[in-house]
Design a protein around this ligand. Sequence first.
Ligand code: TNX
Length: 519
Amino acid sequence: MRLTRLAVALVTALPLVTATASASRPPERPAIALTDVLPAVAEASPAPGDGFRLTSGTVITASGAALPVATQLAEALRPGTGFPLPVVAGGGARAIALELEPGHPDEGYRLDIGPAGVALRATGPAGLFAGVQTLRQLLPPEVESTSPQRRRWTFPGGTIVDRPRYAYRGAMLDLARHFHEPAEIRRYVDQLSRFKINHLHLHLSDDQGWRIRIDSWPRLTEVGGAPGTGVGGDGGGFLTKDEYRELVRYAADRFVTIVPEIDMPGHVNAAQVAYPELTCDGVAPRPRTDMRVGYSSLCVSADVTYRFAEDVIRELAEMTPGPYLHIGGDEAMSTPHGSYLTFQKRVLPLVRKYGKIPYGWHEIAQSPSAAGAVIQFWGRERTSPSVATAVAAGARVVLSPANRSYLDMKYDMLTPGGLAWAGYIEVRTAYDWDPGRLLSDVPEKAILGVEAPLWSETLRDSTDIDFLAFPRLVAIAELGWSPRAAHDWSSFRARLGAYGPRWVRDGVGFHRSPQINWS
Ligand code: TNX
């Protein structure tokens, strides 16, 4: 029953209008409730029956910095409705009004929907964009069909006041094990930004390949991006600087910040194949396209190592407007502990030198130089003394527990593709944890957010990305965005099931998890 589900899903501190269950006038009720949104909204006060009907006369009003987001909303709704939905400056009736006003939290927004119109307000365009993603889900899936559909379009009435729980909500894509073309990355950005994910971390180098052009070390991509450098000898490829900059821009238009990663001092075989001076004996290793990890290391005692690291960091920082630069640091099993600390002591400050916040996998927490860094926890433990120590010295933490958030883990033993070293991760496993309490020795205020990594050993194309990322990425998005009080598996499950037709519409081949009742 719609009303029961609605009542369960209401999660708020606001005085709520409990939907009066008078069954006598049901036809006016829109098919979608204010609370049917993914990720769950912070506060909702439904006013059933007082929705706003979109018509051929509806206009979208916006000015200044609100204009680009208003245009995105218009472009999303025009094809399926067939309405002109002009974006105009002035106010007026029958409008969806996007307004910038001070006083809302970062990325937060307020949405008021009544018979006379829709008002979406936020302090900055990022909040308006978040509100637009909510609005898109408040109309039925057909509204974003590619051709006009004959039907009524009514937004449910009431008010939503929404804001993120964490500032950082991320996804990671591994371009090193299998390269993904810019078009595939753009497609991923399109899909993940609908769920208010605001960072895309690109893993750009590893033992198999090197996927970003660095002008001062051209052989990195000439050799490391050559055909056959994917796992199993597949594919190959790399991003030119122009392609990278264009991706950064494309993502920024969707309020997604690109976080580039170059993995050091381990995971460097491809760099050493291209430049043998990066090994201690100067002998080029053989190219590797198997899936093993932990066998390569930069030569920590050699000066050329730091010239290399600095050149790469400088060129990457130059083409990256976002605040973070990720230097990997994981699984350096062939770098002795003391050498690892020596390396981080020199390299972490280089990230600062070029104006970026150092970011690394949780192994960097062993270094005192990680004090002001962002640490990405990928373990399965519930405590981490080294992370806790770094946090006490000022580090912040992004949580990517491998047994919850690794999108490359199989759903179950029958899943084609994917790995299983951190266990099977069905949707409920991805959803049922609390980022604020995962690490008992790390206070919640040190948690910057969550990220769902998608490693590419077994992935080739967008079909593989879609299947492993969806629906689990949405579970991580909800943990990152929605308040703790909203955490509710049965509500999430129902909202997710109702989302299925939107993925079908968009050609996203998601995993039809048996845990979900798909519409
Ligand atoms: C571990 S998690 C890795 C990656 C692999 C991944 C496969 C982490 C920081 N490193 O090198 O691709 O497992 O699941």
